[in-house]
Design a protein. Structure first.
Length: 143
């Protein structure tokens, strides 16, 4: 059965529910969880950010990411499940999810069907679809 579950979270209520379900699954099967949040890396032009409020955007994004990870870590602690948290900065969240699963030795990814990008795909979120398409690790979608 599963030993190490990766749970990406983006701060939406659906991804928070996916964290809870992943913790419950981990407790049932005796697995640990790694909670991942991806901070969007801003594009740059030349030597600096491509818009004037980049520093403020980055500061807020990192603060939001830390808050999400703290909440997820507390959820795992309440469930009695070993947990580590990871924050990465990337322009492509799906790539960060897949890379983290491989680097951490995860054998299952549990993620929400839709994230912050909303209904860009009618049935399933675009980042979720990309993870499903490219991941070699099994993916469980929470809806």
């Amino acid at each position: 059965m599963y030993r190490h579950i990766l749970v990406p979270t983006d701060g939406t209520s659906l991804s928070a529910s996916a964290v809870k379900e992943a913790v419950s699954l981990a407790k049932t099967v005796g697995a640990m969880v790694t909670v991942l949040t991806v901070v969007h890396r801003l594009p740059t032009l030349g030597l600096g950010p491509s818009y004037p409020y980049a520093d403020e955007f980055s500061r807020r994004a990192h603060a939001d990411a830390e808050r999400r990870l703290t909440e997820a870590e507390q959820e795992a602690k309440r469930g009695g499940v070993p947990c580590e948290v990871v924050k990465v900065e990337d322009r492509q969240p799906y790539e960060a999810i897949i890379e983290t699963a491989g680097a951490r030795g995860c054998d299952l990814i549990v993620m929400a069907s839709h994230g912050r990008r909303g209904l860009s795909a009618l049935v399933i979120g675009s980042e979720t679809m990309k993870v499903l398409t490219h991941s070699k690790v099994p993916v469980l979608i929470y809806r």
